[in-house]
Design a protein around this ligand. Structure first.
Ligand SMILES: [Zn+2]
Length: 73
């Protein structure tokens, strides 16, 4: 069973703040610039648990800035 990120990406929200999530290499990153949690993807499955998340620094988060933020509320 493979996880099709594209199929569900629009459904995924940050469990911490409800913002949309950006796909990075092996993680999903909260699009909220004041939250910046990074959730690992293990075996193709995003681990959307606060205990598994890393909070990125502003610099780290900004470095993902090439990723387009499709902010929709
Ligand atoms: Zn968040």
């Amino acid at each position: 069973m493979s996880f099709e990120f594209d199929a569900v990406a629009s459904l995924l929200k940050c469990p911490g703040c409800g913002a949309s999530l950006i796909q990075a290499d092996q993680s999903l990153v909260c699009a909220n610039p004041e939250h910046r949690f990074s959730f690992p993807i293990l075996d193709g499955i995003p681990q959307l648990l606060a205990e598994e998340a890393l909070e990125l620094s502003v610099d780290e988060w900004s470095s993902l800035g090439s990723v387009e933020l499709n902010q929709q509320d």
